[in-house]
Design a protein around this ligand. Structure first.
Ligand code: NAI
Length: 701
């Protein structure tokens, strides 16, 4: 059991002991009811305090039980709450640190609540595409009023206990403790003050009235607001329905309505995707052969080589986390330019009120610049972000190897070069790793951690730890061309090109995939990032990709100097200073002419085919990436696409999406595309892994 029971004088104390956040798993639930029975049976006990050990009162459901039958095993959370309500002796919840989801619902089943200041209080279920399922939608409005409760339920955001305690008329907290340290003693004192009360004298949240003065008109207004903000997600509007039920129905009927809505949401693709994302994000930090307790190297200071686009953004991540950074460049002008950009970025944040002036100054004070490697000799981690040329990288890593102290981690931000080759420039390949940030590096969540053949396990563990500190989602990738993300996007781009050759326009392709939910279609994306980047890579790899079939349209576009927004023209036209993509007659004519050269008669391509070819190309390459051991699990690939490539969150990533469509269906579509003479038949052979899973009736998950 993960709850303890003890008696202090005439007060029984039940303490949840399920680290890290006292999740309400089976062993905690049974511990609570066990303690409750003992307390009720002991005539010496006059009142009960329930609290949580360590860093939380309770963070809610135990994620290990998520979606498993164990979550429903008796006593389930609803039964525990009923048992608390039915207690003949007063129960006081002593709430501190974190009181969320099921934890808050549990406390609402208690007769009284005493909270420590600084407690984060929330019902975050909506973030998993659900509504609170253990009475939260029925009880919270009764103690906080309909509007405050609905705001919390719809947003899922935490609110501080002292703020809630200050709301006029609130009945959530009976007392706000003086401090977190004194909470327990104050809760016991409070319990003594109500000891001996029983029966009708014990207040229950369920008996409180629940009304909004404007009645249904308010809910209509709320629906308009919430509906506008949550178009791809059904749960927020369902929160409104459930809270409205609390105002219209008897308590028990409202509870039944909440349960009905909760259960229906559990099976929506959106909630399934959001729960997959939640689990995949946590799983991404676990590397199969690197145990969680692998010792990490201390990283107290960082060196960054190169103050360009990436070097500046990378530096900001560490400055934001309070870690000193020294940037090295070859010329003073480059340093000055880099620092000016960092300043400009921070100043924009200050202007928008997102960053306080003193914080900005603190961050800038952590930044040093240098032209000499000697100033880096004591740093714990160096990240190289110089030009993407192996010769330049060789110079830098040879120099780093000579100067930097032993045991420091040497990382490269290369996006296309072989990390093993880079490691071989040093005599310490075990200390070399790829840290592939995405642009803008201070904004994008994704960090691909590229594991070289010889990268030491403690280096990986350290980099994963550092990623958490700088608030990145880190995913481990093996060494291959493009790593996980760009290796897959190459196939996606190839399909986009074939679609043009066969009869689609850039705007049709973009519209179709944007309707599917991508933040931006491939052509608008190309114009934003610069079409010349891919062009340069294709030219550099010309011999490697000589026998790979791909559309020449992108090269032709670049030959016209249409690199995208930065040249005022790309796949689309742009008005000076504007970012709106305007369909270009010139480009569409270029595509038509190219089609004629290829002897292709254009055909009408459906949006469905466009989406399938783009998304399934990611899926097939993703499956090869799993086969090759470049990614260790399909959830990692999903994380890469959700956090780095704008894949629609509510679809859960390409691999999850394919599993939901059914791998049999996906494989059948691939076989159909393989028969298209203008596409790449070899590519569309379903990956061995997909064929195996189909044969076994399984999915990626
Ligand atoms: P950039 O051209 O903006 O910056 C490179 C900087 O490195 C320049 O300021 C240059 O003066 C400096 N530099 C060149 N040689 C140097 C040397 N020997 N010692 C010290 N500094 C030197 O390039 P960007 O875009 O920042 O790219 C840097 C690296 O990051 C490349 O490996 C690139 O592939 C990678 N990358 C770029 C992404 C992007 O979207 N721009 C995304 C992810 C990775």
């Amino acid at each position: 059991m993960t709850a303890e029971y003890k008696v202090l004088g005439d007060i029984a104390v039940i303490t949840m002991t399920n680290p890290p956040v006292n999740g309400l798993g089976f062993s905690t639930r049974i511990g609570i009811t066990d303690g409750l029975s003992k307390a009720i049976d002991d005539p010496a006990v006059k009142a009960i305090v329930i609290t949580g050990a360590g860093k939380a009162f309770s963070g809610g459901a135990d994620i290990k039980e998520f979606g498993t039958p164990k979550a429903l095993q008796e006593p389930n959370l609803l039964s525990v709450i009923l048992a608390l309500e039915a207690s003949t002796k007063p129960i006081v919840a002593a709430i501190h640190s974190v009181c969320m989801g099921g934890g808050l619902e549990l406390s609402l089943g208690c007769h009284y609540r005493v909270a420590a200041p600084g407690t984060n209080v929330a019902l975050p279920e909506v973030k998993l595409g659900l509504i609170p399922g253990a009475g939260g939608t029925q009880r919270l409005p009764r103690v906080l009023g309909v509007e405050t409760a609905l705001n919390m339920i719809v947003s899922g955001e935490p609110v501080k206990s002292e703020l809630l305690a200050s709301l006029p008329g609130q009945k959530l907290f009976d007392k706000l403790a003086g401090s977190a340290e004194s909470l327990f003693d104050e809760a016991v004192e409070f319990a003594k003050s109500v000891a001996g009360k029983t029966g009708e004298a014990l207040p229950l949240v369920r008996n409180l009235p629940c009304k909004h003065p404007q009645g249904d008109a308010y809910f209509q207004f709320a629906r308009n607001m919430v509906g506008g903000m949550s178009k791809n997600y059904p749960a927020p509007l369902k929160c409104v329905d459930a809270v409205q039920a609390a105002t219209k129905m008897k308590f028990d009927d409202g509870m039944a309505e909440e349960r009905r809505i909760f259960t229906a949401l559990m099976f929506t693709p959106e909630s399934i995707a959001l729960r997959h994302l939640f689990m995949a994000e946590r799983a991404a930090s676990h590397i199969p052969d690197v145990p969680g307790d692998t010792p990490q190297r201390a990283v107290k200071s960082v060196g960054v080589i190169g103050a360009g686009t990436m070097g500046g953004g990378i530096s900001m991540n560490f400055l934001n986390a309070g870690i000193p950074v020294t940037i090295l460049e070859t010329k003073q002008e480059a340093l000055d330019r880099g620092v000016a950009t960092i300043k400009k970025n921070y100043e924009a944040q200050v202007k928008k009120g997102k960053l306080k002036q003193d914080k900005y100054e603190q961050r800038m004070a952590l930044l040093k610049t240098t032209l000499s490697y000697d100033d880096l000799k004591d740093v714990d981690l160096v990240i190289e972000a110089v030009f993407e040329e192996l010769g330049v990288k060789e110079k830098v890593f040879t120099e780093l190897d000579r100067v930097i102290k032993p045991g420091a981690i040497l990382a490269s931000n290369t996006s296309t070069l072989d990390v093993d080759k880079i490691a071989a420039f040093t005599k310490r390949p075990q200390d070399v790793v790829g840290m592939h940030f995405f642009s803008p590096a201070n904004v994008m969540k994704l960090l691909e951690v590229v594991r070289g053949k010889q990268t030491a396990k403690d280096v990986l563990a350290t980099v994963m730890g550092i990623a958490k500190k700088i608030k990145k989602t880190a995913v481990v990738s093996g060494v291959c061309d493009g790593f996980i993300g760009n290796r897959m996007i190459e196939q996606y781009s190839r399909q986009a090109g074939f679609l043009l050759d066969e009869g689609a326009t850039p705007q049709q392709v973009d519209k179709a995939i944007e309707k599917f939910g991508f933040a931006m279609g491939p052509f608008r994306m190309g114009d934003l990032a610069g079409n010349d980047i891919g062009w340069a890579i294709r030219k550099r790899r010309a011999t490697e990709i000589a026998d790979m079939k791909y559309s020449r349209t992108a090269d032709k576009l670049c030959e016209l100097g249409r690199f995208g927004q930065k040249t005022g023209a790309g796949w689309y036209d742009y008005k000076p200073g504007k970012r709106d993509a305007i369909p270009s007659d010139l480009v569409n004519k270029m595509i038509e002419d190219h089609r004629k050269e290829l002897g292709i008669t254009p055909r009408k391509i459906s949006d469905e085919e466009i989406v399938q070819r783009l998304v399934y190309s990611l899926v097939n390459e993703g499956a090869h990436i799993l086969e090759d051991g470049i990614a260790s699990k399909s959830g990692d690939i999903d994380m890469v696409y959700l956090t780095g490539y704008g894949f629609p969150i509510w679809r859960g990533g390409p691999m999850h999406y394919a599993s939901q469509v059914g791998l049999y269906n996906v494989a059948e579509s691939m076989k159909r595309f393989a028969k298209n003479p203008h596409d790449d038949a070899k590519f569309w052979q379903p990956a061995g892994l997909i064929q195996k899973l189909v044969a076994e009736g399984k999915s990626f998950s």
